[in-house]
Design a protein around this ligand. Structure first.
Ligand SMILES: Nc1ncnc2c1ncn2[C@@H]1O[C@H](COP(=O)(O)OP(=O)(O)OP(=O)(O)O)[C@@H](O)[C@H]1O
Length: 462
């Protein structure tokens, strides 16, 4: 009996009956089947079921039943000691396969972690099978549970977690894919300057998150901190670094997108975000432009914005009062003066992230140029640093980008299509001089004064 998968249109999620679903997805044809083909068939089916489940095309009960059915049917190959036909290298293969399919479905890939794939492998036939649904008594959730996978993909069984029971699965998916950060890690050395803020954050946030057993009581970490200062000074980098250094999952969202991108859903999104973070703790929730969420109530405040704000404060209070939860909210803003008093009180540590000083600007240029073909000497770097007084970190990055285009622009007569990389001359000081004519500081001295004043009044730093 040879079983092949046929790609057909997905049936409507709720109305699907188990046998209909099978018929739609697996066209069963006769034929001789080698053990290897059988193993492939099994893998394909497990993947398809996981995919359908992650997409809410089938229910958990339906998925459990299918898993059981196929595990029984393919028991011979599951138990086989043969490396080629058995499932000994199942996890590696299946992950590779899923990665190739990533563009077709991120969910598919996200449903697969080495852990849960091995879990399937170790289930074995019949009695050894563990259903992937929560048991009636809630004692076990099928051997696969919601647990923190730092920087790793999500678990398809996440919705079975009690804490997510009133959350729409589509929101959980969205948070996992759009808000949970899967990017490269950030270290403290990647952030130039801001030494005071870095030292404070390490002491009050990172160490307590790493050692909750020592940092108890008065030493307990704050649940909310505010990073304020001009744009492009590394606030987002710091948020991400906190998560990386404390082994926490990083969720990053812009407050304005809560009101604009998920129109009418912002409030639910806030609730879902905190619920997912609770399942993935320790977690850092980074909220950019937090001022737009927590601004002082004005006459014209929109009802939906007010509801989102209320929900956010409720969630923040929940995270604050539960000593169990290891969730840190990091708010970032370029307009701290717009944050109202109630919100300010909840974000207990308010740290000023200023423009980079000369040493930090030098560090940014040196680091970026170290990766390029460049002929700058020490004195020239010092000159660039002097000339870029008032630049933010983002401005410095932009300056280096602009300068790096100089050698390309000077190619003029040569054909860009045929030139070899060796023929491109190194980036020189002259390129920086001309870049300095076009890249200007993005922060005005007047804005800086506002930050300094606010820092003196409400800031917790120097
Ligand atoms: N202190 C810094 N050290 C190194 N690079 C920096 C620093 N500050 C900014 N940058 C560069 O600028 C980019 C933007 O920084 P980031 O997004 O962290 O700033 P931000 O303060 O969060 O800005 P915004 O307020 O506009 O959101 C970074 O990806 C990095 O390339």
């Amino acid at each position: 009996m040879k079983v092949t998968m046929s790609v057909m249109e997905a049936p409507t999620p709720s109305a699907v009956h188990l046998s209909d679903w099978q018929e739609s997805y697996f066209a069963v044809t006769s034929g001789t089947c080698t053990p290897r083909q059988k193993a492939d068939g099994y893998r394909a089916k497990i993947l398809r079921i996981q995919y359908a489940w992650a997409n809410s095309e089938i229910s958990q009960v339906c998925a459990a039943s299918l898993f059981k059915q196929y595990t029984e049917k393919y028991s011979a190959i599951i138990d086989s000691g043969n490396a080629e036909t058995g499932l000994n290298n199942y996890a590696e293969n299946i992950l590779t396969l899923a990665k190739c399919q990533q563009s077709d479905s991120d969910k598919w890939q996200s449903a697969l972690t080495t852990d849960n794939v091995f879990e399937l492998k170790s289930r074995g036939p019949f009695g050894k099978f563990v259903p992937p649904v929560l048991k009636q008594d809630g004692s076990e959730n099928g051997g696969v549970q919601c647990k923190p996978h730092v920087g790793e993909s999500t678990d398809p069984l996440l919705p079975v977690d009690e804490r997510l029971k009133n959350i729409e699965p589509k929101m959980v998916e969205l948070i996992m894919h759009e808000i949970m950060d899967h990017g490269p890690p950030v270290s403290w050395d990647d952030i130039a300057g801001v030494e005071f803020a870095k030292a404070t954050i390490k002491e009050i946030v990172v160490w307590p998150m790493l050692r909750p057993d020592i940092f108890t009581g008065l030493r307990g970490p704050p649940k909310g901190i505010l990073l304020f200062g001009p744009p492009g000074t590394g606030k987002t980098l710091i948020g991400k670094c906190i998560a990386c250094q404390s082994g926490a999952t990083f969720f990053s969202i812009s407050a304005s997108s809560l009101t604009s991108k998920w129109v009418g859903e912002g409030e639910k999104m806030v609730r879902a975000l905190f619920a997912v973070a609770r399942c993935q703790q320790p977690a850092v929730i980074f909220i950019d432009e937090i001022d737009s969420l927590l601004s002082q109530r004005g006459e014209g405040e929109h009802e939906s914005s007010r509801r989102i704000k209320t929900e956010f404060l409720v969630q923040l209070d929940g995270a604050t009062t539960s000593s169990e939860d290891r969730i840190l909210v990091v708010g970032a803003t370029n307009r701290p003066q717009e944050i109202d008093e109630a919100a300010r009180r909840r974000l207990v540590k308010r740290l000023y992230i200023p423009l980079p000083e000369a040493s930090a600007r030098k560090q940014i240029v040196t680091r970026l140029m170290a990766k390029e073909h460049c002929s700058l000497n020490e004195e020239e770097i010092e000159l660039i640093v002097q000339k870029s007084d008032g630049f933010s970190g983002a401005d410095m990055t932009q300056l280096c980008r602009e300068a790096s285009l100089g050698p390309i622009r000077s190619l003029q007569s040569m054909d860009i299509a045929t030139i070899t990389p060796e023929q491109v001359r190194p980036i020189s000081f002259l390129d920086f001089e001309s870049a300095l004519r076009t890249v200007r500081p993005s922060v005005s001295p007047r804005d800086l004064e506002l930050y300094e004043t606010w820092n003196q009044t409400f800031g917790c730093g120097r």
